[in-house]
Each structure stands twice: as structure tokens, then as C-alpha cells.
Design a protein around this ligand. Sequence first.
Ligand code: IPD
Length: 298
Amino acid sequence: QQAVLKEYLDFAITLARDAGAIIKGALDARMKGGQANILLKYDNPSDLVTETDQAVEKFIKERLAATYPAHKFIGEETMAAGTETYFTSDPTWIVDPIDGTTNFVHGYPFVAVSIGLTIGKVPVLGVVYNPLLDELYSAAQGLGSFLNLTTPLPLFQPPLPLTNLSQCLIATEAGSDRSSGVLDKKVDAIHAMLRRINDNGAEAHSVRATGSAALNMCSVAKGCVDVYWEVGCWEWDVTAAMVILQEAGGLVLSGGTERDESPANIFGRKYLAIRAAGDRTSQLAIAHQMWDVLPSID
Ligand code: IPD
């Protein structure tokens, strides 16, 4: 099983690098005056897609089909185009061709291709590659988690034990659902993470939003971010990075705002990721401090 997984991982790493070269080429062309060719998804101006997202997904999908014809595929743009996909126990590649499309449109350098694999419905492999910063995160179940193939994650160690949110840098995102019911609560959540403890807040070190769910979760794996919380992202945003974080000793819980200590479901759309920080007890202590302050979002 591990030899097969290693073969899939090597393949996914090459695929991510080749896909990254297409993304980088498109941005290089833009710097010489080219256009991003933005298309609107679901008529939502906060949820962008570009011709490059579609071209990169087509490239990855075709390479996967040629190499592993029996494997299944779930991709962000394939789904957006209305293709029905079913999640089964078969090996299934779950792909976001550009995570951070809004960043891609603006040239903000947190852009990544995300390639995950599930077998028996369990996420077992992940590769997330940012071609602009040339950072490649990769992991497979039981094989560890690495930055640029050789540096084991986490790279940065916290002061141990990490016991309090007031020691933490927290990542979160505005997301693409800007309805006031959701947006107001996300703004309330940021306020609660930052305000003083004696006012029932967390007084975290600060809050960050890279604009890429996959890179937020990889930052938790790297150890440069302690906690990542988001409600509203999709399986293609997180499947690969969840494996990378778990292999780096982190936790990904399904409790977006409710106190749910069970492992996150890739389809759950609510993720609370906690870095490797001593033992599970101290990681859960951080999770509960988040739940103490987060407003409930359906
Ligand atoms: C989005 C990014 C963003 C997150 C959204 C995602 P996309 O993915 O990861 O950071 O807030 O929830 O949908 O659209 O750039 O692939």
C-alpha cells in the first residue's frame, strides 16, 4: 500500500509542478500587459473563475485520466460547469486548479494548485504548490509531510505547551458568501478573536487572510500560523492540505462553530485546523477556546 501511495505522490508532485508552470506563465504574461480573462461563477462577483482556472483543470484532468484511467475525479471547475460527480470508495483525485483565484486576478502571490487523493473515501495524499513563491507542500498517509520535498513539517515550533489563544496567530477568510447573516457573523468572529480576554475575547496575536484555504492550512502545517478557521470552503480547497496538516501532527476538526471534536469531513464546509502543539489535549484546549468566542454560523 505504501509503495503504491509513494508512486501516486511522485506523480502528483510532477503534475502540480507542471500545472504551477502554467499558472506562473499566465501571470508572467499578465505582467507584460495580458488580461486575466475573468469569468463570473454563479453570477457572484465574490467567486471568480478565470480561463486559466479552466485550462489548468483540463490539463490536470487529462493527465490523470491518461495515467490512471480507473480513478475518479472531482474538480472545482468541472463541478462549476454542472458535471455530476459521485464520491465513491474508488481512488478519487480532488483538485482545485487555482486556489486563491481572486489573488491570481490581482497578482497577490498566494496562489496554489491543490491535488488531493482519497481511497476508500479517506484522504490519503495531498500536494499543494504555490508556483509564485516556489513552495511545494506534500504528504501521504504514513509518509510524513514536507516543504519542497526535503524539509519536514512543522518548520516552526511553538512555545510548548501552546495553551492559550492569546499566544496564537489565526487565519480566517471572508469567503464568497457575502449575505449579511454570514458576513456579519464572520466579522463578529474576527472581533472576538482579537478583543481583550477580560471582555470574553481571545486577544490573539493577530488575524491573517491569505485568500487561499489550502495555503492557510499549509501555513498551520508549517507552523507559521497556529489556527485556521473557515466556514464556507469546499472539498477541493482542503482535501490535499488536510493530509499535509495531519501528517505534520496537526488536527482538523469538523466543528466550525459548534463544539465538535470529530475529525473534519472534507465535504463539511466547516474547518477548524490546529497546529502541532504538544499533545492532543493542548490542541483541543485551543479548539475549545475558539468555540468559546465564535458566533454560531449555519
Ligand atoms: C477560495 C479560497 C478562499 C476561501 C474560499 C475558497 P478559490 O477558493 O480558498 O480563501 O475563502 O472559501 O472558495 O475560489 O480561490 O478556489
